[in-house]
Design a protein around this ligand. Sequence first.
Ligand SMILES: [Mg+2]
Length: 262
Amino acid sequence: MTTIRDIDQIFLDIDGVLMLSDLPIPGGTATVKRLRSLGIKVSFVTNTTRKPRQLIHEDLLRLGFNVDLEDVVCPAIIARERILQLKRPTVALYVNDEVMQDFEGLKLNRRRAGAVVMGDLGSEFSPEILDEIFKLAFSGSELFALHKNRFWRDPSGLRLDLGPYVAAIEYATGKAAEIVGKPSPGFFRGLLQRYKIRAENTLMVGDDIEADIQGAKRVGIKTVLVKTGKYDFDFVKRSGIKPDAIVPSIADLCPALGIETK
Ligand SMILES: [Mg+2]
């Protein structure tokens, strides 16, 4: 297994690793404290796209994690940083109202946008809106999507998620959207870039063998899978994906890295 000597920064997934249905998973706050006491930087990395970073940050504070807003990273934040690097850093945003704040500082422009971002607009993806997105992407705006999930469940039952709308634009334009969330390599490269750190000096801890572990491994980040949250023995086995280590929960991370817990 990885030894902590090489690790300068740890990326922690939130749902299923630190919390489950809004309740903390035991050992999370103590682990973060211990890692920081050794000079290791800890960031909180989630695929959440339905709420802004601010609210994710508040959830973490409520659970007792002492964390700066800047160290909470979600797909919208990575998308914003990618767009800032474009020649024309203007954007047409098709995301829900709350998530707009994650794109602050970018110039909004629905006519000549350097980028178009598709997020969780749900039933607001009307034919007219899809037409607007299509025209922008077709005429050269970079197409970003916060995720490409097929469907989701709300209290009324199963609903189309963002994925089918993204697929419609891809089909019409013949261009693939850049999916910014985990497991996309762009997400993990964006993380390394924002912290100016090399993959081999970082470690991703997650409960999702595909989104967290496979995604991170692809860019050379070391990985630890926890058996809480969505972990499923058979699914992990069938996936053939091998994390550097598997631990019962976040409480076991330090011992697995050879760190004494006090
Ligand atoms: Mg998770």
